[in-house]
Design a protein around this ligand. Sequence first.
Ligand code: GUN
Ligand code: ZN
Length: 482
Amino acid sequence: MAITFESLYSDIAGRCGKLTVSKKTIKTPALLPVINPHLQLITPKEIQSMGVEALITNAYIFSQSSQYRERVLNEGLHHVLDFDGVIMTDSGSFQLSVYGQVSVSNIETLSFQRDIGSDIWVPLDIPTSPASDHETSETELAITMKRLAEAKSVFGDEAPIAGPVQGGIFSDLRERAGREVSGLGFSFCAIGAVVPLMESYRYRDLVSVIMAAKRSLSPSACVHLFGAGHPSMFALATAMGCDLFDSAAYALYAKDGRYMTTHGSYKIHELTELPCPCSVCRLNTAEELQKAPDRERLLALHNLHVTVAEISRIRQAIIDGTLWELVDERCRGHPQLLAGYRQLLRCAPALEERDRVSKRRFFYRGNESCSRTEILRYQNMLRRLRLRKNILIAFNGETRDGYDDILFFKPPFGPYVKELRETFPIGQSEVPEWDEAMVSRACRGIRILVETHPESCVTVACSRRWKPIVLSEVSGCEVLTE
Ligand code: GUN
Ligand code: ZN
Protein backbone atom coordinates (compact mmCIF):
# COMPACT_ATOMS: atom_id res chain seq x y z
CA MET A 1 0.00 0.00 0.00
CA ALA A 2 2.79 2.41 0.84
CA ILE A 3 4.07 4.89 -1.72
CA THR A 4 7.60 4.25 -2.97
CA PHE A 5 9.82 6.42 -5.10
CA GLU A 6 13.07 5.60 -6.84
CA SER A 7 15.29 8.07 -8.67
CA LEU A 8 16.98 6.61 -11.77
CA TYR A 9 18.68 9.63 -13.38
CA SER A 10 19.25 13.10 -12.05
CA ASP A 11 20.35 16.50 -13.23
CA ILE A 12 20.67 19.64 -11.06
CA ALA A 13 18.21 18.65 -8.28
CA GLY A 14 15.77 17.17 -10.84
CA ARG A 15 15.09 13.46 -11.06
CA CYS A 16 13.78 10.93 -13.54
CA GLY A 17 12.30 8.22 -11.46
CA LYS A 18 9.63 5.65 -10.73
CA LEU A 19 6.72 6.24 -8.40
CA THR A 20 4.87 3.13 -7.24
CA VAL A 21 1.46 3.17 -5.56
CA SER A 22 -1.12 0.37 -5.32
CA LYS A 23 1.15 -1.91 -7.44
CA LYS A 24 1.10 0.66 -10.27
CA THR A 25 4.33 2.31 -11.38
CA ILE A 26 4.53 5.57 -13.26
CA LYS A 27 7.45 7.50 -14.72
CA THR A 28 8.41 10.84 -13.20
CA PRO A 29 8.49 13.76 -13.77
CA ALA A 30 4.80 13.37 -14.52
CA LEU A 31 1.81 15.53 -15.19
CA LEU A 32 -1.45 14.68 -13.45
CA PRO A 33 -4.24 16.37 -15.42
CA VAL A 34 -7.10 17.55 -13.25
CA ILE A 35 -10.41 15.83 -13.97
CA ASN A 36 -13.66 17.44 -12.94
CA PRO A 37 -16.37 14.74 -13.15
CA HIS A 38 -18.99 17.36 -14.00
CA LEU A 39 -17.18 18.80 -17.01
CA GLN A 40 -15.09 16.35 -18.96
CA LEU A 41 -13.88 18.11 -22.09
CA ILE A 42 -11.49 15.25 -22.67
CA THR A 43 -12.20 11.83 -21.17
CA PRO A 44 -9.71 10.04 -18.92
CA LYS A 45 -9.42 7.33 -21.63
CA GLU A 46 -8.38 9.91 -24.22
CA ILE A 47 -5.96 11.44 -21.76
CA GLN A 48 -4.47 8.00 -21.12
CA SER A 49 -4.00 7.47 -24.86
CA MET A 50 -1.73 10.53 -24.87
CA GLY A 51 0.72 8.72 -22.60
CA VAL A 52 -0.57 10.12 -19.31
CA GLU A 53 -0.23 7.59 -16.49
CA ALA A 54 -1.87 9.44 -13.59
CA LEU A 55 -4.75 11.81 -12.91
CA ILE A 56 -5.88 13.96 -10.03
CA THR A 57 -9.46 14.66 -9.13
CA ASN A 58 -11.22 16.33 -6.24
CA ALA A 59 -12.70 14.04 -3.61
CA TYR A 60 -14.70 16.92 -2.19
CA ILE A 61 -16.62 17.36 -5.46
CA PHE A 62 -17.48 13.64 -5.49
CA SER A 63 -18.51 13.66 -1.84
CA GLN A 64 -20.86 16.63 -2.32
CA SER A 65 -22.39 15.43 -5.59
CA SER A 66 -25.86 13.86 -5.57
CA GLN A 67 -25.04 12.41 -8.99
CA TYR A 68 -21.71 10.81 -8.03
CA ARG A 69 -21.45 10.27 -4.27
CA GLU A 70 -23.18 6.88 -4.00
CA ARG A 71 -21.90 5.66 -7.35
CA VAL A 72 -18.27 6.32 -6.54
CA LEU A 73 -18.65 4.70 -3.10
CA ASN A 74 -20.25 1.60 -4.66
CA GLU A 75 -18.31 1.23 -7.90
CA GLY A 76 -15.01 2.87 -6.99
CA LEU A 77 -13.26 5.84 -8.48
CA HIS A 78 -11.37 3.95 -11.21
CA HIS A 79 -14.56 2.43 -12.55
CA VAL A 80 -16.53 5.68 -12.49
CA LEU A 81 -13.76 7.59 -14.28
CA ASP A 82 -12.95 4.60 -16.52
CA PHE A 83 -9.23 4.95 -15.85
CA ASP A 84 -6.94 2.17 -14.61
CA GLY A 85 -3.83 4.28 -14.02
CA VAL A 86 -2.92 6.10 -10.81
CA ILE A 87 -5.60 8.42 -9.42
CA MET A 88 -4.73 10.96 -6.76
CA THR A 89 -7.54 12.73 -4.93
CA ASP A 90 -7.36 16.16 -3.38
CA SER A 91 -9.25 16.93 -0.19
CA GLY A 92 -11.46 19.99 0.09
CA SER A 93 -8.46 22.22 0.78
CA PHE A 94 -8.55 24.09 -2.45
CA GLN A 95 -12.25 24.86 -1.91
CA LEU A 96 -11.25 25.89 1.61
CA SER A 97 -8.81 28.45 0.23
CA VAL A 98 -11.38 29.80 -2.24
CA TYR A 99 -14.62 29.68 -0.21
CA GLY A 100 -13.24 29.92 3.33
CA GLN A 101 -14.86 26.77 4.66
CA VAL A 102 -15.75 23.19 3.79
CA SER A 103 -18.20 20.81 5.37
CA VAL A 104 -15.85 17.88 6.00
CA SER A 105 -13.26 17.09 8.63
CA ASN A 106 -9.75 15.80 8.00
CA ILE A 107 -10.63 12.23 8.99
CA GLU A 108 -13.88 12.33 6.99
CA THR A 109 -12.20 13.33 3.74
CA LEU A 110 -9.38 10.79 4.19
CA SER A 111 -11.88 8.00 4.96
CA PHE A 112 -13.90 8.97 1.89
CA GLN A 113 -10.77 8.95 -0.30
CA ARG A 114 -9.91 5.49 1.05
CA ASP A 115 -13.46 4.21 0.53
CA ILE A 116 -13.64 5.26 -3.11
CA GLY A 117 -10.33 3.49 -3.84
CA SER A 118 -8.12 6.50 -4.49
CA ASP A 119 -4.41 5.67 -4.96
CA ILE A 120 -3.05 8.79 -3.25
CA TRP A 121 -4.99 10.63 -0.54
CA VAL A 122 -4.54 14.24 0.55
CA PRO A 123 -5.38 15.41 4.07
CA LEU A 124 -7.28 18.62 4.78
CA ASP A 125 -4.31 21.01 4.82
CA ILE A 126 -4.68 24.79 4.98
CA PRO A 127 -3.34 26.57 1.88
CA THR A 128 -2.11 29.78 3.47
CA SER A 129 -2.51 32.91 1.36
CA PRO A 130 0.74 34.60 0.31
CA ALA A 131 -0.75 37.79 1.77
CA SER A 132 -0.82 36.28 5.29
CA ASP A 133 1.67 37.58 7.84
CA HIS A 134 4.18 35.39 9.65
CA GLU A 135 1.99 34.84 12.70
CA THR A 136 -1.06 33.74 10.70
CA SER A 137 1.06 31.54 8.44
CA GLU A 138 2.63 29.91 11.51
CA THR A 139 -0.73 29.31 13.18
CA GLU A 140 -2.18 27.79 10.02
CA LEU A 141 0.91 25.65 9.52
CA ALA A 142 0.49 24.30 13.05
CA ILE A 143 -3.10 23.24 12.21
CA THR A 144 -1.94 21.55 8.99
CA MET A 145 0.79 19.69 10.90
CA LYS A 146 -1.69 18.53 13.55
CA ARG A 147 -3.89 17.09 10.79
CA LEU A 148 -0.94 15.31 9.17
CA ALA A 149 0.00 13.74 12.51
CA GLU A 150 -3.64 12.77 12.98
CA ALA A 151 -3.72 11.19 9.50
CA LYS A 152 -0.65 9.08 10.31
CA SER A 153 -1.99 7.97 13.67
CA VAL A 154 -5.47 7.03 12.37
CA PHE A 155 -4.53 5.40 9.05
CA GLY A 156 -1.03 4.12 9.84
CA ASP A 157 2.34 4.42 8.16
CA GLU A 158 1.42 2.30 5.16
CA ALA A 159 -1.56 4.38 4.02
CA PRO A 160 -0.87 6.21 0.72
CA ILE A 161 -1.20 9.70 2.15
CA ALA A 162 0.50 12.80 0.76
CA GLY A 163 2.12 15.24 3.16
CA PRO A 164 1.31 18.84 2.16
CA VAL A 165 4.03 21.41 2.87
CA GLN A 166 2.61 24.81 3.83
CA GLY A 167 4.05 27.92 5.52
CA GLY A 168 2.95 30.81 3.28
CA ILE A 169 5.75 32.86 1.75
CA PHE A 170 8.08 32.48 4.73
CA SER A 171 11.23 30.46 4.10
CA ASP A 172 11.71 29.60 7.79
CA LEU A 173 8.17 28.18 7.96
CA ARG A 174 8.51 26.28 4.68
CA GLU A 175 11.76 24.81 5.93
CA ARG A 176 10.15 23.84 9.23
CA ALA A 177 7.19 22.34 7.37
CA GLY A 178 9.52 20.26 5.18
CA ARG A 179 11.42 18.99 8.21
CA GLU A 180 8.25 18.08 10.10
CA VAL A 181 6.54 16.43 7.11
CA SER A 182 9.62 14.26 6.55
CA GLY A 183 9.88 13.68 10.29
CA LEU A 184 6.35 12.26 10.31
CA GLY A 185 7.50 9.74 7.70
CA PHE A 186 5.74 11.04 4.56
CA SER A 187 7.53 9.67 1.48
CA PHE A 188 5.23 11.63 -0.82
CA CYS A 189 5.11 15.37 -0.17
CA ALA A 190 3.14 18.11 -1.87
CA ILE A 191 4.21 21.74 -1.84
CA GLY A 192 1.02 23.76 -1.48
CA ALA A 193 -0.41 27.25 -1.68
CA VAL A 194 1.71 28.25 -4.65
CA VAL A 195 -1.14 28.83 -7.13
CA PRO A 196 -1.56 32.54 -6.18
CA LEU A 197 2.21 33.03 -6.62
CA MET A 198 2.12 31.52 -10.10
CA GLU A 199 -1.04 33.39 -11.07
CA SER A 200 0.63 36.68 -10.25
CA TYR A 201 3.96 35.69 -11.90
CA ARG A 202 5.82 35.79 -8.58
CA TYR A 203 8.36 33.20 -9.76
CA ARG A 204 11.12 34.60 -7.60
CA ASP A 205 9.04 33.95 -4.48
CA LEU A 206 8.01 30.58 -5.89
CA VAL A 207 11.67 29.56 -6.18
CA SER A 208 12.41 30.74 -2.62
CA VAL A 209 9.46 28.82 -1.23
CA ILE A 210 10.28 25.57 -3.06
CA MET A 211 14.00 25.76 -2.27
CA ALA A 212 13.21 26.35 1.42
CA ALA A 213 10.90 23.33 1.54
CA LYS A 214 13.36 21.15 -0.38
CA ARG A 215 16.21 22.06 1.98
CA SER A 216 14.63 20.02 4.73
CA LEU A 217 12.47 17.46 2.91
CA SER A 218 14.02 14.03 2.68
CA PRO A 219 15.84 13.77 -0.68
CA SER A 220 14.21 10.38 -1.19
CA ALA A 221 10.66 11.80 -1.00
CA CYS A 222 8.61 12.21 -4.17
CA VAL A 223 7.64 15.89 -4.43
CA HIS A 224 4.38 17.09 -5.95
CA LEU A 225 3.86 20.76 -6.80
CA PHE A 226 0.18 21.58 -6.26
CA GLY A 227 -1.55 23.44 -9.07
CA ALA A 228 1.44 23.98 -11.35
CA GLY A 229 0.09 23.75 -14.85
CA HIS A 230 1.82 26.03 -17.28
CA PRO A 231 4.47 24.16 -19.26
CA SER A 232 6.75 27.22 -19.30
CA MET A 233 7.65 26.64 -15.63
CA PHE A 234 7.96 22.84 -15.47
CA ALA A 235 11.68 22.84 -16.25
CA LEU A 236 12.37 25.43 -13.54
CA ALA A 237 10.37 23.48 -10.95
CA THR A 238 11.93 20.17 -11.99
CA ALA A 239 15.42 21.62 -11.57
CA MET A 240 14.57 22.24 -7.91
CA GLY A 241 13.46 18.63 -7.44
CA CYS A 242 9.71 18.71 -8.07
CA ASP A 243 8.59 15.38 -9.54
CA LEU A 244 4.85 15.78 -10.15
CA PHE A 245 2.66 18.55 -11.44
CA ASP A 246 -1.10 18.72 -11.49
CA SER A 247 -3.09 21.07 -13.47
CA ALA A 248 -6.43 22.19 -14.66
CA ALA A 249 -4.68 24.86 -16.72
CA TYR A 250 -5.03 22.95 -20.00
CA ALA A 251 -8.83 23.08 -19.59
CA LEU A 252 -9.14 26.47 -17.88
CA TYR A 253 -7.03 28.10 -20.59
CA ALA A 254 -9.12 26.42 -23.28
CA LYS A 255 -12.30 27.74 -21.70
CA ASP A 256 -10.76 31.19 -21.91
CA GLY A 257 -9.78 30.76 -25.60
CA ARG A 258 -6.08 30.53 -24.76
CA TYR A 259 -3.53 28.54 -26.75
CA MET A 260 -0.52 27.31 -24.74
CA THR A 261 3.06 27.17 -25.92
CA THR A 262 6.16 26.39 -23.88
CA HIS A 263 7.10 30.06 -23.86
CA GLY A 264 3.70 31.54 -23.00
CA SER A 265 0.08 31.63 -24.16
CA TYR A 266 -1.80 33.36 -26.96
CA LYS A 267 -5.42 34.34 -27.27
CA ILE A 268 -6.59 32.10 -30.09
CA HIS A 269 -7.92 35.04 -32.13
CA GLU A 270 -4.42 36.59 -32.09
CA LEU A 271 -3.00 33.70 -34.08
CA THR A 272 -2.84 33.45 -37.85
CA GLU A 273 -0.65 30.33 -37.66
CA LEU A 274 -0.65 27.31 -35.34
CA PRO A 275 3.02 26.73 -34.48
CA CYS A 276 2.68 23.20 -33.08
CA PRO A 277 3.06 19.67 -34.46
CA CYS A 278 0.05 18.17 -32.59
CA SER A 279 -2.84 16.67 -34.54
CA VAL A 280 -5.25 19.52 -33.67
CA CYS A 281 -2.86 22.09 -35.11
CA ARG A 282 -2.01 20.07 -38.21
CA LEU A 283 -5.62 19.21 -39.06
CA ASN A 284 -6.93 22.77 -38.58
CA THR A 285 -5.90 26.24 -39.66
CA ALA A 286 -5.89 29.02 -37.04
CA GLU A 287 -9.09 30.37 -38.54
CA GLU A 288 -10.79 26.97 -38.47
CA LEU A 289 -9.78 26.50 -34.85
CA GLN A 290 -11.19 29.91 -33.88
CA LYS A 291 -14.52 29.12 -35.51
CA ALA A 292 -14.82 25.43 -34.62
CA PRO A 293 -18.03 24.55 -32.72
CA ASP A 294 -15.89 22.33 -30.45
CA ARG A 295 -13.19 24.96 -30.11
CA GLU A 296 -12.90 24.57 -26.33
CA ARG A 297 -12.30 20.84 -26.58
CA LEU A 298 -9.80 21.23 -29.44
CA LEU A 299 -7.90 23.89 -27.52
CA ALA A 300 -7.87 21.69 -24.41
CA LEU A 301 -6.47 18.82 -26.50
CA HIS A 302 -3.77 21.04 -27.96
CA ASN A 303 -2.92 22.48 -24.52
CA LEU A 304 -2.64 18.99 -23.08
CA HIS A 305 -0.42 17.84 -25.99
CA VAL A 306 1.94 20.77 -25.36
CA THR A 307 1.99 20.09 -21.62
CA VAL A 308 2.64 16.37 -21.94
CA ALA A 309 5.31 16.89 -24.61
CA GLU A 310 7.14 19.28 -22.30
CA ILE A 311 7.24 16.60 -19.61
CA SER A 312 8.85 14.21 -22.13
CA ARG A 313 11.36 16.85 -23.11
CA ILE A 314 12.28 17.39 -19.47
CA ARG A 315 12.77 13.66 -18.87
CA GLN A 316 15.11 13.47 -21.87
CA ALA A 317 17.02 16.56 -20.68
CA ILE A 318 17.54 14.93 -17.27
CA ILE A 319 18.84 11.75 -18.86
CA ASP A 320 21.19 13.75 -21.11
CA GLY A 321 22.26 16.17 -18.39
CA THR A 322 21.05 19.21 -20.33
CA LEU A 323 18.41 20.48 -17.89
CA TRP A 324 20.21 23.80 -17.28
CA GLU A 325 20.05 24.55 -21.01
CA LEU A 326 16.31 23.79 -21.02
CA VAL A 327 15.66 25.91 -17.92
CA ASP A 328 17.59 28.76 -19.53
CA GLU A 329 15.56 28.44 -22.72
CA ARG A 330 12.17 28.33 -20.98
CA CYS A 331 12.90 31.15 -18.56
CA ARG A 332 13.44 33.62 -21.42
CA GLY A 333 9.70 33.48 -22.15
CA HIS A 334 8.71 36.02 -19.48
CA PRO A 335 10.73 38.56 -17.47
CA GLN A 336 9.34 37.17 -14.19
CA LEU A 337 10.40 33.66 -15.16
CA LEU A 338 13.87 35.11 -15.75
CA ALA A 339 13.69 36.56 -12.21
CA GLY A 340 12.81 33.07 -10.94
CA TYR A 341 15.72 31.58 -12.91
CA ARG A 342 18.12 34.14 -11.43
CA GLN A 343 16.85 33.30 -7.95
CA LEU A 344 17.48 29.62 -8.72
CA LEU A 345 21.04 30.46 -9.79
CA ARG A 346 21.56 32.20 -6.44
CA CYS A 347 20.83 28.81 -4.88
CA ALA A 348 23.61 27.13 -6.90
CA PRO A 349 25.59 26.09 -3.77
CA ALA A 350 22.62 24.02 -2.51
CA LEU A 351 21.86 22.65 -5.98
CA GLU A 352 25.51 21.73 -6.57
CA GLU A 353 25.31 19.17 -3.76
CA ARG A 354 22.62 17.29 -5.70
CA ASP A 355 23.96 17.84 -9.21
CA ARG A 356 25.56 14.99 -11.11
CA VAL A 357 29.27 14.69 -11.83
CA SER A 358 29.27 14.29 -15.59
CA LYS A 359 26.93 15.42 -18.35
CA ARG A 360 26.57 15.16 -22.06
CA ARG A 361 27.52 18.79 -22.58
CA PHE A 362 27.66 22.34 -21.23
CA PHE A 363 26.48 25.00 -23.68
CA TYR A 364 27.25 28.56 -22.71
CA ARG A 365 24.08 30.67 -23.15
CA GLY A 366 25.12 34.07 -21.83
CA ASN A 367 25.82 35.69 -18.46
CA GLU A 368 23.39 33.50 -16.51
CA SER A 369 25.40 30.41 -17.45
CA CYS A 370 28.26 31.81 -15.36
CA SER A 371 26.37 30.94 -12.17
CA ARG A 372 25.72 27.30 -13.03
CA THR A 373 26.44 24.46 -10.63
CA GLU A 374 29.04 22.85 -12.89
CA ILE A 375 31.32 25.89 -12.56
CA LEU A 376 30.99 25.88 -8.79
CA ARG A 377 31.76 22.17 -8.71
CA TYR A 378 34.75 22.57 -11.03
CA GLN A 379 36.24 25.47 -9.10
CA ASN A 380 35.84 23.65 -5.77
CA MET A 381 37.72 20.74 -7.31
CA LEU A 382 40.64 23.08 -8.05
CA ARG A 383 41.33 23.22 -4.30
CA ARG A 384 42.42 19.59 -4.44
CA LEU A 385 44.86 19.90 -7.36
CA ARG A 386 48.42 18.94 -6.37
CA LEU A 387 50.75 21.58 -7.84
CA ARG A 388 54.42 22.43 -7.50
CA LYS A 389 56.20 25.72 -6.88
CA ASN A 390 56.13 27.69 -10.12
CA ILE A 391 52.84 27.65 -11.96
CA LEU A 392 51.97 29.21 -15.31
CA ILE A 393 48.37 29.70 -16.44
CA ALA A 394 48.53 30.18 -20.20
CA PHE A 395 45.33 31.78 -21.56
CA ASN A 396 46.30 31.24 -25.19
CA GLY A 397 47.51 27.67 -24.65
CA GLU A 398 51.17 28.39 -25.38
CA THR A 399 53.67 26.85 -22.99
CA ARG A 400 56.80 28.64 -21.76
CA ASP A 401 60.01 27.37 -20.17
CA GLY A 402 60.87 27.79 -16.53
CA TYR A 403 57.68 26.56 -14.85
CA ASP A 404 57.04 23.37 -12.84
CA ASP A 405 53.39 23.10 -13.85
CA ILE A 406 51.61 24.63 -16.82
CA LEU A 407 47.84 25.02 -16.77
CA PHE A 408 45.54 26.11 -19.57
CA PHE A 409 42.44 28.25 -19.23
CA LYS A 410 38.84 27.76 -20.25
CA PRO A 411 36.20 30.32 -19.35
CA PRO A 412 33.85 30.24 -17.50
CA PHE A 413 35.50 27.38 -15.56
CA GLY A 414 39.07 28.51 -15.02
CA PRO A 415 42.50 26.93 -15.17
CA TYR A 416 42.93 23.25 -16.04
CA VAL A 417 45.77 20.75 -16.28
CA LYS A 418 46.10 18.96 -19.60
CA GLU A 419 44.91 15.69 -18.03
CA LEU A 420 41.47 17.30 -17.62
CA ARG A 421 41.23 18.42 -21.25
CA GLU A 422 38.91 15.60 -22.29
CA THR A 423 36.88 15.32 -19.07
CA PHE A 424 33.64 17.07 -18.10
CA PRO A 425 33.17 20.00 -18.08
CA ILE A 426 36.36 21.15 -19.84
CA GLY A 427 36.05 18.72 -22.75
CA GLN A 428 32.28 18.86 -23.20
CA SER A 429 31.71 22.59 -22.95
CA GLU A 430 31.06 24.82 -25.90
CA VAL A 431 31.59 28.56 -25.47
CA PRO A 432 31.43 31.37 -28.03
CA GLU A 433 34.19 34.01 -28.22
CA TRP A 434 35.27 34.94 -24.72
CA ASP A 435 33.42 37.80 -23.04
CA GLU A 436 34.09 39.74 -19.82
CA ALA A 437 31.52 37.85 -17.75
CA MET A 438 32.90 34.40 -18.48
CA VAL A 439 36.55 35.43 -18.11
CA SER A 440 35.81 37.13 -14.84
CA ARG A 441 33.98 34.02 -13.58
CA ALA A 442 36.90 31.83 -14.66
CA CYS A 443 39.33 34.15 -12.85
CA ARG A 444 37.62 33.11 -9.62
CA GLY A 445 39.05 29.70 -10.39
CA ILE A 446 42.52 31.27 -10.47
CA ARG A 447 41.78 33.02 -7.18
CA ILE A 448 40.80 29.73 -5.56
CA LEU A 449 43.95 28.13 -6.91
CA VAL A 450 46.12 30.93 -5.50
CA GLU A 451 44.36 30.88 -2.12
CA THR A 452 44.56 27.12 -1.72
CA HIS A 453 48.16 26.78 -2.92
CA PRO A 454 49.98 29.33 -0.75
CA GLU A 455 53.35 27.59 -1.35
CA SER A 456 53.07 28.13 -5.10
CA CYS A 457 53.84 31.17 -7.16
CA VAL A 458 51.20 31.72 -9.88
CA THR A 459 51.87 33.56 -13.15
CA VAL A 460 49.13 34.32 -15.65
CA ALA A 461 49.99 34.87 -19.31
CA CYS A 462 47.14 36.61 -21.14
CA SER A 463 46.41 39.28 -23.71
CA ARG A 464 46.13 42.95 -22.73
CA ARG A 465 42.37 42.75 -22.94
CA TRP A 466 42.05 40.35 -20.00
CA LYS A 467 44.80 41.77 -17.77
CA PRO A 468 42.56 44.25 -15.87
CA ILE A 469 40.02 41.50 -15.18
CA VAL A 470 42.70 39.12 -13.89
CA LEU A 471 44.13 41.85 -11.67
CA SER A 472 40.76 42.82 -10.25
CA GLU A 473 39.66 39.22 -9.57
CA VAL A 474 42.94 37.75 -8.34
CA SER A 475 45.42 39.26 -5.95
CA GLY A 476 48.76 37.61 -5.42
CA CYS A 477 49.59 36.52 -8.94
CA GLU A 478 51.89 37.90 -11.58
CA VAL A 479 50.46 38.84 -15.00
CA LEU A 480 52.47 38.68 -18.21
CA THR A 481 50.89 40.10 -21.35
CA GLU A 482 51.56 38.65 -24.76
N1 GUN B 1 -4.45 22.67 -4.78
C1 GUN B 1 -3.72 23.79 -5.04
N2 GUN B 1 -3.04 24.18 -3.94
C2 GUN B 1 -3.33 23.30 -2.97
C3 GUN B 1 -2.91 23.17 -1.59
O1 GUN B 1 -2.13 23.96 -1.06
N3 GUN B 1 -3.42 22.10 -0.90
C4 GUN B 1 -4.28 21.20 -1.47
N4 GUN B 1 -4.71 20.19 -0.74
N5 GUN B 1 -4.68 21.31 -2.74
C5 GUN B 1 -4.21 22.34 -3.48
ZN1 ZN C 1 -1.12 21.84 -31.19
